[in-house]
Design a protein around this ligand. Sequence first.
Ligand SMILES: *[C@@H]1O[C@H](CO)[C@@H](O)[C@H](O)[C@H]1NC(C)=O
Ligand SMILES: *[C@@H]1O[C@H](CO)[C@@H](O)[C@H](O)[C@H]1NC(C)=O
Ligand SMILES: *[C@@H]1O[C@H](CO)[C@@H](O)[C@H](O)[C@H]1NC(C)=O
Ligand SMILES: *[C@@H]1O[C@H](CO)[C@@H](O)[C@H](O)[C@H]1NC(C)=O
Length: 416
Amino acid sequence: MDPTLKLLAFLILVLANICPIKSDFSHCEKVVKNWASSSLQQRVKEDKHTLRDLLFFLHVPRTGGRTYFHCFLKRLYANAQECPRSYDKLRFDPRKQECRLLATHDDYSMMSKLPKEKTSVVTILRNPVDRIFSTYEFSIEVAARFLVHPNLTSATKMVGRLRPGATGVSTLDIWPWKYLVPWMREDLFARRDARKMMGSIDIKRNDPYNMEEMVMPLQEYINDPRAHELVHNGETFQVAGLTNNSYFAESHEVRCCVQKHKILGEHVLEVAKKRLDDMLYVGLTEDHRESATMFANVVGAQVISQALTENSSMESAANSKSGQGSSHSESLPDNDDNQDSTSDHKADEIGSTEDLEEKKETMTVGKLMEAYEGCISSLRKTQSRRRKSSLKRISPANFSKEVHFSRFSFTGHSFC
Ligand SMILES: *[C@@H]1O[C@H](CO)[C@@H](O)[C@H](O)[C@H]1NC(C)=O
Ligand SMILES: *[C@@H]1O[C@H](CO)[C@@H](O)[C@H](O)[C@H]1NC(C)=O
Ligand SMILES: *[C@@H]1O[C@H](CO)[C@@H](O)[C@H](O)[C@H]1NC(C)=O
Ligand SMILES: *[C@@H]1O[C@H](CO)[C@@H](O)[C@H](O)[C@H]1NC(C)=O
């Protein structure tokens, strides 16, 4: 791109990102403090460790939540018990359903749509720097799958054609990927076109995070206004309920204020910590084994015993509702992008509601963990196969997990 054009495009983006609201410090301080104090008022429930009727899995993207969803929750809940169109905000209306499991990338503000007294929340958190690398890499991974197409027009047309009849929720439909992936996709095609125009290119650098001939460098990605809006402090905003996908009316203003006046982030952090304190379970990506074991013991055990005590009423409920949610829960968002929504994980799917009810009667925490181990190893194999075949398209750029910390040192960054 012509440098002047580039600058102009950059300016437009920056301008578009400037908060269209009043954002001087004293105004912002009032806005953020008001929001925080009303959020902090609700007291932590004394029986927070008891599983309630509805389990809300607040799935922060790129924390490994998919393995919990797929290898635990799908085994613990029947398809019919899953809230239809989880992960799909546009078409999800929790009030209409008597569902028991809601898994979604939507943020904590979803609670305003749920019966608060009857809902338990669980989540998994990850080191924010790692999560950012992972978000960058996953944006590229999904976008690179489109490079099978000769040009961007044909890639986007293809998606449009697949959309209507497709079952399952596509990565391209869910926040934040519905913004991050098309952005990256467009960029990958532009870089490929530029390479074609230049004929042969010689890539000298060997750093996958800074290989501008092939992909948008990490620096460029992370400094873009879209990343500021969707990725920076993502976990904290999601737990606080302040993402740009929030249901809270005041979220936009509060988020803008915090982005402008970093010091006000302290109040957001307080709220996020309080919310975490009120959750049934919080796992850590880094302590995967321990977190998974705890999940089985804290959440799994209670779902199993809940199912046993409610067995008869649940059976009839499940029978009358069977099939309702199932068509949408077949495919996992992270796993499905319309390009090749193959049934990689069919083997892990639980057959019918009846099977699950039977299984649950004989399910134990030990058996759950055992099943989890098998499930996670097959899931990981599939993931790495898909990753490899996708990254092949942008070779020699290649990301292998270990390099992060040796290459980059993030110092003095405050993650809210
Ligand atoms: C994109 O590719 C399709 C399929 O090969 C082709 O029909 C179309 O003309 C191409 N469009 C552009 C703008 O090059
Ligand atoms: C969320 O952020 C994306 C990317 O910057 C933007 O396109 C979208 O309009 C935002 N949504 C809202 C509701 O502000
Ligand atoms: C199922 O529920 C009934 C009563 O609702 C109870 O008597 C029975 O023991 C339960 N079965 C199991 C396996 O817990
Ligand atoms: C990328 O790196 C992984 C791990 O080192 C390797 O298995 C894979 O073959 C590489 N892919 C390409 C396209 O070089």
